[in-house]
Design a protein around this ligand. Sequence first.
Ligand SMILES: CC(C)(COP(=O)(O)OP(=O)(O)OC[C@H]1O[C@@H](n2cnc3c(N)ncnc32)[C@H](O)[C@@H]1OP(=O)(O)O)[C@@H](O)C(=O)NCCC(=O)NCCS
Length: 170
Amino acid sequence: MPDVGLRTQVEADEQVLYRVWSELDTWEQRMSAPPAPLSLAEFRERAASGALTGNADFVITLDGEAVGRCTLFHEDGLARSAEVGIALVPEARGYGVGTAALTQLVQFGFLRRNLRRLHLAVLASNPAAIASYRKVGFVEEGRRREHCWVRGRYEDDVLMGLLRPEWAAR
Ligand SMILES: CC(C)(COP(=O)(O)OP(=O)(O)OC[C@H]1O[C@@H](n2cnc3c(N)ncnc32)[C@H](O)[C@@H]1OP(=O)(O)O)[C@@H](O)C(=O)NCCC(=O)NCCS
């Protein structure tokens, strides 16, 4: 099992977070905004304005080194739900780090923030992410057919969700 942790962002994380946010190869997997090169200056501007901030933002660590970020965002205080986002630097992918981090983020959402439902949208062509979400307990709730424009073709967006009672029963 990899030694994966979640912690607060600090200034020294900027380079890793900039790499994650600006990676063009995975842009459409991570964001609905049109792909475009993101300069360090623009990244800093958006970070300072709060445009990159969710309700609970964590840096993901592997053996103590920052390797990515995960967040709860679009929190609905009335329905007690939030959306989940996660991304790692390329060299940390495929070793169980994402699943371990998501497991901790889900626990934080349900136990610390008293959320009742977590949800996310993932491109149908992202099997590693879908497999990871399933392992944590998320189930497919529907699809937005041909909702996303991804490198020359339309693609389905898979909607997944996890309810606190389902998570607690696991
Ligand atoms: C999505 C992401 C966070 C997952 O983290 P990760 O550490 O790479 O994922 P894990 O290694 O924990 O789990 C991936 C699972 O998918 C499986 N998988 C990988 N490629 C697969 C494929 N082509 N088909 C089916 N399953 C696949 C792996 O085997 C693994 O399952 P296993 O542990 O049972 O073997 C990470 O890959 C990432 O940052 N990707 C780029 C950004 C992104 O896509 N973010 C998600 C936006 S919705």
